[in-house]
Design a protein around this ligand. Structure first.
Ligand code: CU
Length: 163
């Protein structure tokens, strides 16, 4: 039993020692869109487990481009505006969510239907690019639907099926 304690201690100590850029991205999702919509919100959670970094850009085959936006209050009106880069502090988690920072898919190539999935690639100043799979939630959703936020690839049943 004792041998389990040493690796655990190393795991816990590692983030504090790590200087190499390292980013993890989770809970990627998007709002469903109608046929007439050409833009859509894409949301995800970024955790910086390395040194300070910046999210510079994002892309996806579903749209001509993904813009990094922030939502700001202008009097009583909430407005979105493009952001050139999103600072990431070491050891911190930033949630891109409705009403806050988000990715705006501009020039959607097809409507985003609930349950569909698509890749999103994030480019950072220091860390290597990260690609995650986003799941489309309901139109106007404020959070990912339960059960669809986890990576769709992790289907344990499917892993055991023979080809
Ligand atoms: Cu926006």
């Amino acid at each position: 039993m004792r041998r389990y304690f040493v690796p655990l201690a190393l795991l816990l100590a590692f983030p504090a020692m790590a200087q190499a850029p390292s980013i993890s991205v989770a809970n990627a999702w998007a709002r469903a869109t109608t046929a007439s919509q050409t833009v859509g919100g894409v949301f995800l959670t970024i955790t910086d487990t390395g040194g300070p970094d910046r999210l510079l850009s994002a892309s996806s085959p579903i749209a001509d481009m993904l813009e990094l936006h922030e939502t700001v209050a202008d009097g009583d009106v909430m407005k979105m505006r493009p952001v050139t880069a999103l600072p990431l502090a070491a050891g911190q988690t930033v949630e891109l969510k409705p009403g806050s920072y988000h990715l705006m898919a501009m020039g959607l190539k097809q409507p985003l239907s609930p349950g569909a999935t698509f890749p999103v690639t994030l480019t950072f100043e220091k860390a290597p690019p990260v690609t995650v799979i986003a799941t489309v939630g309901k139109a106007g959703a404020s959070s990912p639907a339960m059960g669809t936020a986890m990576s769709p690839g992790m289907d344990h049943g499917a892993m055991h099926k023979m080809p």
